[in-house]
Design a protein around this ligand. Structure first.
Ligand code: GLV
Ligand code: MN
Ligand code: MN
Length: 412
């Protein structure tokens, strides 16, 4: 299986060069380089004898149905969109490994039907909401979003049509009751497995998250002539709020709500000029924590803080919620099967929660779902230095073999 592990890594590196921005990996939902990714995935899948199609949300789907297979299929997959200046393995490795798992099932002649899905959108970069691909697959996509616009003013509907898709057919992307379960392989994106010297872990559950957009509106004006006391500086108001967020959540993380995290990762300033007081500042906000009650309590408190800051500074303030995703537990039966596969490969069985969001969160509400994490060297992800060890990829293929044998037996 060494050759397959090498191929999976080489494919991820190749796909990382399919990008919107020369010199760095950025591949947002349905942007041009996604066509090249689809072409490579199609080639790999067809070489195995899989039937390939693209659904109306742009998810690439490959079906493997050997002779004598059960009617119900196992679904495997992850996403192929990326954050800006991404690494090569977040999402993409899970897709390549899913294809390699099909190769293993084929070699073992298992009578197991498998569908591999390369989800078109998970990161939420282009339209501010994540999981568009898995929402379509689970029949939970809200068609009202088709009118939303990206930063260039392109509606989701127009983006889909430009890619060659028909938004009227999104409903047909949904899976029926003929799916046994969903398994996603993904890099850990954190430091735990490396610290413990382990190659893989089975995910227990995925942390809930809430995402907002907030807009502070002041008055753009001349930076040289406007006295400090007469300014309505939107950027200063946003900065005031951001530091308040960090201060309070840092404290909560070691007192009332252990491990809670909140992030402001994007700020868009208008007119964004050194000699003009900022007229508006739009910021992203996300907060992740297992307890929905605590997440909602903090969201309410921090929005109230933002309102108070804006009021004190004579600044306008608006906000909207983009996401409120509950914490989800992975399926016990499917996770037990994965753990048994890890054990059969001679590794300690480690289970852990995921702080990162995954398509598995959305799939879990529809079908039994499990996840396998692979160690992330340096704990680095969402960064070009993100990597994976070839030996861990090999381990994940051995785990796949054991898992698929068990799965074929269970459904046979
Ligand atoms: C996805 O990578 C997320 O957790 O934001
Ligand atoms: Mn990611
Ligand atoms: Mn991911």
């Amino acid at each position: 299986m060494k050759a397959q592990a090498e191929r999976a890594i080489a494919d991820c590196r190749r796909i990382a060069r399919m990008t919107e921005e020369p010199g760095r990996t950025t591949r947002r939902f349905l942007t041009e380089p996604t066509h090249a990714v689809h072409a490579l995935l199609r080639e790999r899948m067809e070489a195995l004898g899989m039937k390939v199609s693209v659904d109306a949300m742009g998810n690439l789907r490959g079906r493997w149905r050997p002779n004598g297979a059960q009617a119900k299929r196992l679904v495997l997959g992850s996403h192929i969109d990326t954050v800006p200046d991404a690494g090569a393995f977040d999402g993409v490795l899970g897709v390549m490994l899913a294809i390699e798992w099909v190769g293993i099932a084929r070699e073992l002649r298992l009578p197991l039907a498998i569908e591999v899905i390369a989800f078109s959108e998970e990161e939420g970069m282009r339209y501010g909401v994540p999981f568009l691909g898995s929402r379509a697959v689970t029949g939970t996509f809200d068609a009202a979003m088709l009118k939303w616009r990206d930063a260039d003013g392109v509606t989701m509907d127009a983006a889909m049509r430009a890619f060659g898709l028909n938004p009227a057919k999104i409903k047909a992307a949904a899976i029926g009751d003929d799916v046994i379960g969903f398994v996603e392989l993904h890099i850990e994106q954190g430091p735990v497995l490396e610290a413990e010297g382990l190659p893989v872990a089975v995910v227990e559950g995925i942390m809930g998250q809430t995402r907002l957009n907030l807009r502070f509106t002041g008055q753009a004006n001349h930076a040289g002539t406007t006295p400090m006391r007469l300014r309505r500086d939107a950027l200063a108001a946003a900065a005031d709020w951001i530091t308040k967020v960090e201060k309070q959540i840092r404290k909560a993380a070691v007192t009332t709500d252990p491990g809670i995290v909140a992030t402001v990762g994007r700020i868009t300033v208008e007119p964004n000029a050194g000699n003009v007081i900022a007229g508006s500042a739009e910021v992203s906000f996300e907060i992740r924590y297992g307890s929905s009650a605590a997440r909602h309590r903090w969201t309410k408190k921090l929005v109230a803080d933002a309102k108070a800051i804006a009021k004190r500074r004579g600044i306008g303030f608006e906000w909207e919620q983009k996401l409120d995703q509950q914490t989800v537990r992975m399926d016990r039966g499917l996770s037990t099967m994965l753990k048994s596969a890890v054990k059969a490969c001679g590794y300690p069985v480690r289970s852990m929660p995921s702080g990162a969001g995954h398509d598995a969160m959305v799939m879990a509400a529809r079908v039994p779902t499990a996840m396998l994490f692979l160690r992330s060297p340096g704990g680095i992800s969402h960064h070009p230095t993100e990597s994976v060890l070839e030996s861990d990829v090999l381990t994940s293929l051995h785990v796949g073999r054991e898992f698929l044998l068990r799965m074929a037996k269970a459904v046979g």
